[in-house]
Write a protein that binds this ligand. Structure first.
Ligand SMILES: NC(=O)C1=CN([C@@H]2O[C@H](COP(=O)(O)OP(=O)(O)OC[C@H]3O[C@@H](n4cnc5c(N)ncnc54)[C@H](O)[C@@H]3O)[C@@H](O)[C@H]2O)C=CC1
Ligand SMILES: O=C(CO)COP(=O)(O)O
Length: 352
């Protein structure tokens, strides 16, 4: 049964915004989608297709697109913001005059803003001062969502109303929406896994095997949760869909843009060539820079992020970096069970 009071606005005309708009419309809600590009607006409204970002999928005909932010937002009770992190704050500021404190504001973006190392839901909070704020994140390749492949995601918010409204708006027989109150952990999970997806794509194109991919993904999880805990998130969140779930899909699929950037780099393309060929956002390229800097600042050990940074921005060949990483410290498997300090202590004692 649909909640008659709910109307949905989606900001962003990329692949994920389009896929989410179509789900809400499939669920019977009135959906308005904001895009800058008038030609794409026309395609969505006339042909029910987004030829630039999701050319192969039909969009529910109840999604109405517009270039008018005011029109899209004025009747909305739920606002999903699906804008790449670099432009996220700018768009929220543009939207601010038509946002109100009763609306539910949800980021679906998996990135970090350079200025202040802010996650997107923090931007929503800071720019509006409103309290119904949440994050949607999980293993959600947009084209598979658009194809109605069976999929699950997480709505994370401290606010129960935000969680239940998003579950009602998007949950359906092909899209399950699980709830979390660790907004920061869920959001960090989505942003951080993009770093390791680039590394996984690179490893695959260099012909590295399945053991290598498994090692990479599991050590990535250790590194992500180490960083997140240092930033105040709950490590248990990384056992869920927005942690290990998203890491698995993004590190295993050519449908991931971050993975594809890594794959192209492994084939010898430059970073600029790889990003240009993609023509869509690969958030991990920026995230690795910001996270590496933050890790240095707060003293968190992140050898994989550091290694990827050196390959992407310092010209270190990926194979050399892989060799170097294999010579790094052999420490604890799960450091929430046996700490890295304890392993170091054991090793020191054996050496004496
Ligand atoms: N595509 C996917 O499979 C998924 C993407 N996400 C996240 O969703 C976010 C958005 O990604 P996609 O929709 O995939 O991106 P995309 O690359 O498909 O499209 C980006 C959209 O944002 C628009 N845009 C960029 N700058 C803008 C600005 N200043 N003002 C207005 N619009 C602007 C572009 O015109 C385009 O419509 C990313 O952070 C991504 O990590 C999350 C889950 C799945
Ligand atoms: O976040 C995603 C899947 O959950 C999409 O990943 P990419 O941005 O790498 O395509």
């Amino acid at each position: 049964m649909i909640d008659e009071r709910m109307t949905v606005a989606v900001l962003g005309g990329g692949s994920f915004g389009t896929a989410l708009a179509s789900i809400a419309a499939d669920n019977g809600y009135e959906v308005r989608q904001w895009l800058r590009d008038a030609a794409l607006v026309e395609s969505i409204n006339e042909d029910h297709r987004n030829p630039r970002y999701l050319p192969d999928y039909e969009i529910n005909s109840n999604v109405v697109a517009s270039t008018e932010l005011r029109w899209v937002l004025e009747s909305a009770t739920l606002v999903l913001v699906a804008i790449p992190s670099k432009a996220f704050a700018e768009v929220v500021r543009q939207a601010r005059p038509w946002l109100n404190p009763d609306q539910i504001l949800v980021s679906t973006t998996k990135g970090i803003q350079q200025d202040g190392f802010k996650l997107m839901s923090q931007i929503l909070e800071d720019e509006t001062g409103f309290s119904h704020v949440g994050v949607l994140s999980g293993p959600n390749l947009a084209s598979e969502v658009a194809e109605k492949q069976l999929t699950a995601t997480v709505i994370a918010s401290h606010d129960p109303l935000t969680r239940s409204r998003v579950q009602a708006a998007l949950g359906c027989d092909y899209f399950r929406v699980y709830a979390s109150n660790d907004r920061y952990g869920v959001e960090l999970g989505g942003a951080l896994k993009n770093i390791y997806a680039i590394a996984a794509g690179m490893a695959a194109s260099l012909g590295m095997g399945e053991n290598t991919r498994s090692m990479l993904m599991t050590r990535a999880l250790a590194e992500m949760s180490r960083f997140a805990v240092a930033q105040g998130a709950n490590p248990m969140t990384f056992l869920g869909l927005a942690g290990v779930g998203d890491l698995i899909v993004t590190c295993s699929s050519q449908l991931s843009r971050n993975y594809r950037v890594g794959y192209a780099l492994g084939q010898g393309k430059s970073l600029d060539e790889a990003v240009d060929a993609l023509g869509q956002v690969a958030e991990g390229v920026n995230t690795v820079r910001l996270v590496r800097e933050k890790a240095h600042e707060v003293g968190v050990y992140m050898p994989l992020a550091e290694g990827l940074f050196q390959v992407l921005f310092r010209g270190v060949p990926a194979r050399d970096m892989a060799k170097l990483l294999m010579q790094g410290e052999q420490s604890s498997d799960v450091e929430f069970v046996l700490s890295r300090e304890d392993v170091k202590q054991d090793q020191r004692e054996q050496e004496e």
